[in-house]
Ligand binder design. Structure first.
Ligand SMILES: O=C(O)CCC(=O)C(=O)O
Length: 347
């Protein structure tokens, strides 16, 4: 059946079967019955209380271990108020419930646009679509972008701007901790990012009549430095560990942090950018709100000199983040990581 709606939000409620352009080949389906459910300890839950005080050394050690072994960790007592978290979740829900004509005002299929509502991942290049709509926003420096953001719901610009500022604060605290965990100067990573950049997405995954046939997002690593993910209470995120997909159970008022490709490069492969994916379900819509903390496009990224030695020569060549980011969007989401294209030959 041909799809007649631009956005999945408007198509999904009208279908009782997944349209053919969303169906994955048999060799590339989620195999949901094979997925392991995470227990409490699977993704370390790190308490950030005291990070700027007496617990700093211990917390940095926990963060360093999580970055090395898991590529993912969760944080509590992160300093983002619960009221702000529920306001942002409510706002995202409200946005995707706006009338179709109102949402379509923000639509674009051009990944280079700094504010856009779109669907799937990159409809211009991909063969199979994903069961997702998303509003993607550039958000640092705020004053360069806020005026482009949707003006409906009316509080969106003000509320999201406040959230972005708070999340940036958390990102910078985490980057300092990660720098120290690698034995680098506290501000090493922040300084390596040029003028820095911050993007976010409001991801909306409608209920899906046949979740075994498609993905919200197929397995991928994140191209940026670190991702700070807020999600509602509907499971959907899965992380690859030792060849097995593990479902991550949402914990209220925590954020999931994952290491992106640029951190793996700067750490010269000490920290791991890990494959993850989003699956969908028959009954419930799901919202996730990742913040992607990034270098600015002109920043030159490469392994930190302090982490290169005879035992561990540079694994990656230097490149600009702009070059990396363009490759990421153009090749489509793929389980072969984009990082491989930037390896020093033989490394
Ligand atoms: O929805 C999720 O939990 C994952 C989102 C994600 O991986 C992304 O937006 O890149």
């Amino acid at each position: 059946m041909a799809t007649t709606k631009v956005l999945l939000t408007d198509l999904a409620p009208t279908v009782s079967h997944v349209p053919s352009n969303y169906i994955r080949p048999i060799s590339d389906r989620p195999n949901l019955s094979d997925v392991q459910i995470s227990d409490q300890g699977f993704i370390p839950l790190i308490d950030l209380r005291g990070l700027e005080g007496p617990n700093r050394e211990d917390i940095i050690k926990q963060i360093g271990q999580a970055c090395q072994h898991d590529g993912f960790f969760q944080v509590k007592n992160h300093g983002i108020p619960m009221t702000m978290i529920s306001k942002i979740m409510g706002l995202a829900r409200e946005f995707f419930r706006l009338p179709e004509s109102e949402r379509l005002k923000n639509y674009s299929d051009d990944p280079s646009k700094t504010t856009r509502l779109s669907t799937s991942f990159n409809v211009k290049t991909e063969k199979v679509s994903n069961w997702r709509d998303f509003l993607r926003l550039h958000c640092y420096p705020l004053e360069d972008y806020v005026h482009e953001w949707p003006s409906n719901p009316p509080s969106l610009r003000e509320d999201l701007a406040e959230y972005c500022t708070s999340i940036r604060g958390l990102a910078l605290r985490l980057l300092e901790a990660i720098s120290e965990s690698l034995g680098l100067q506290r501000d090493y990573i922040e300084k390596a990012l040029g003028k820095q950049a911050q993007h976010m997405a409001l991801n909306y995954y409608p209920p899906c009549p046949q979740p075994e046939l498609t993905y919200g997002l197929p397995g991928h690593t994140d191209p940026n430095l670190i991702t700070i993910l807020l999600q509602d209470d509907v499971p959907g995120l899965q992380v690859l560990r030792n060849g097995k997909w593990i479902a991550v159970n949402p914990i209220p008022n925590t954020f999931i942090i994952n290491i992106g490709d640029q951190m793996q490069v700067i750490s010269n492969d000490q920290h791991k950018s890990v494959l993850h994916r989003a699956v969908v379900n028959c009954n419930k819509e799901r919202i996730s709100i990742p913040t992607f903390y990034c270098p600015s496009p002109d920043a030159v990224i490469g392994p930190a000199k302090e982490l290169i030695n005879d035992d561990q020569p540079a694994v990656y060549r230097n490149f600009t983040y702009g070059e990396y980011y363009e490759k990421f969007w153009n090749r489509g989401l793929a389980t072969e990581c984009c990082l491989d294209m930037f390896r020093v030959s033989g490394a």
